[in-house]
Design a protein around this ligand. Structure first.
Ligand SMILES: Cc1cc2nc3c(=O)[nH]c(=O)nc-3n(C[C@H](O)[C@H](O)[C@H](O)COP(=O)(O)O)c2cc1C
Length: 437
């Protein structure tokens, strides 16, 4: 299914808000999308651009799972299988994403949104970067881009990303930025796998994918993308990038980042931009969800792991809640170590037993209140490498204190009671009452 087929499906199920009233890409659209979140919307008339914009596409695991026709609890195994088994995609000579080819590109013609008052400029936030390295082959990941002029953008490249390695090695890199993609492409680009693995082969395992050679750069791009921006990123041509509201919903600072010079823009007929709100639910889903199978795998190598939730309350990046079937007294601690190994940016890990619903923050807190003793159940790692996204990490080094909370109950209770008491089941109908909540 392409993105537009998915939107047709949503519309046929009355789940798409079609907006024909003209709307501005400057603040207005971001404001509307945030207020209607998680409602998917298609803006048909953008004041500053001839193109349509779709937003709030995949704000929940239910929406993501719905696209693939799987239950939510199948997401982790489905992603884990695709990560473990990348498969070759088909390559075609002609593709919808190249229905129009503009070799005199003007970024002002695109509906590149300005999101928040304090942002440094208009930003592409949903762009999947595809780049090629002479030894490693193709890589796909996300990089936000701030528009500088009709043909230039500043690209945020976090150190040690594979794209960063490519750029450090090559100094100048031809890239294709693909916008308006189906969730197989989005989720695959958001995974972190071994360098040299082409993430589009992971996308192909999630759902068969067709790729086409870009027009002016030597990379393959998804044939069904709505837009492809082709150009070159220069490592040593630095531009000020930021401020920008990031995943944590706080402002990321201004940095000197590599500059992209655009050579061409190709797009589908009636192309549709993907507005992805920074820090909002869709951004969080795409960041956190692909880490869950990685954490699951690492934890499951040590103890019996049942489920993992990289939850929105933890910015879908800094926290992981891990559910285990505890067999040994030290399983909680082993799970904490394994979860940190499975997601290098994780700051706080909470390990719970199988009777705790990891999607209910009240239940996790209840486990902390009733099963946790700070002097024995807390793992502390001082001055560990932290996330570049964490505003509280040490400025400059991003060193942080990592904490692991073992919220599991002891296997042998020794006179203590840890199980939630159940009230008797009563026949409500007999009293003319209905169950609440
Ligand atoms: C919506 C979204 C936006 C992102 N923006 C950036 C970004 O601006 N810069 C960056 O370096 N990583 C960004 N990331 C994270 C990387 O794309 C992600 O960690 C990816 O898995 C790294 O790929 P790699 O393992 O091939 O290096 C973003 C991720 C998502 C889902």
């Amino acid at each position: 299914m392409s993105l537009r087929t998915y939107l047709h499906k949503l519309e046929s199920e009355n789940r798409l808000a079609r907006v024909s009233v003209p709307i501005s890409k400057m603040y207005e659209m971001a404001g509307v999308l945030k207020q209607i979140e998680p409602q998917t919307a298609l803006f048909e008339t953008v004041e500053e651009s001839a193109f349509r914009v779709a937003g709030n596409l995949f704000c929940s695991k239910a929406a993501f799972a719905g696209y693939f026709g799987i239950p939510v609890d199948e997401i982790i195994p489905t992603l884990a299988n695709a990560i473990a088994n990348p498969t070759p995609y088909a390559v075609v000579g002609e593709a919808p994403c190249q229905a129009a080819v503009d070799l005199a590109p003007d970024l002002n013609s695109l509906p590149i949104l300005r999101h928040c008052e304090g942002d440094g400029g208009n930003y592409i936030s949903s762009g999947v970067f595809i780049a090629k390295h002479p030894d490693y082959g193709q890589n796909a990941d996300f990089h936000r881009c701030m528009q500088l002029s009709p043909t230039e953008m500043a690209v945020r490249v976090v150190r040690s990303r594979h794209f960063d390695t490519f750029l450090q090695d090559c100094k100048e890199l031809d890239v294709a930025i693909c916008i308006g993609n189906a969730p197989n492409v989005l989720a695959a680009a958001a995974t972190s796998v071994a360098i040299g693995v082409d993430e589009m082969m992971i996308a192909n395992t999630l759902e068969p994918l067709t790729m086409v050679r870009a027009k002016t750069v030597d990379v393959l791009v998804p044939a069904e993308s709505e837009f492809v921006i082709e150009g070159t990123v220069y490592l040593n041509r630095r531009s000020a990038e930021g401020p920008f509201v990031d995943l944590t919903e706080t402002y990321d600072t201004i940095r000197q980042e590599p500059t992209l010079v655009v050579k061409a823009i190709t797009h589908r007929r009636d192309a549709m931009w993907h507005a992805l709100l920074p820090g909002a639910l869709e951004h969080k889903l795409l960041m956190g969800m692909p880490r869950e199978p990685t954490i699951f795998k690492k934890v499951n190598e040590m103890v019996r792991c049942l489920d993992v939730n990289v939850n929105p309350g933890g910015c879908s990046w800094l926290h992981a809640i891990v559910q285990i079937d505890k067999q040994h007294e030290d399983d909680g601690r082993k799970a904490i170590e394994a979860a940190f190994a499975g997601h290098g940016s994780c700051k706080h890990v909470f390990v719970v037993d199988k009777d705790i619903n990891i999607y209910d923050p009240l239940e996790v807190e209840w486990a902390m209140a009733t099963r946790f003793q700070g002097d024995v159940d807390l793992v502390i790692k001082e001055r560990a490498p932290g996330s570049s996204l964490d505003p509280s990490a040490e400025a400059g080094t991003k060193r942080t204190t990592r904490l692991g909370f073992d919220l599991t109950k002891p296997l042998h209770a020794e006179g203590k009671s840890f199980d939630r008491a159940a009230f008797p089941k009563a026949d409500l109908a007999k009293f003319g009452l209905e169950r609440q909540g």
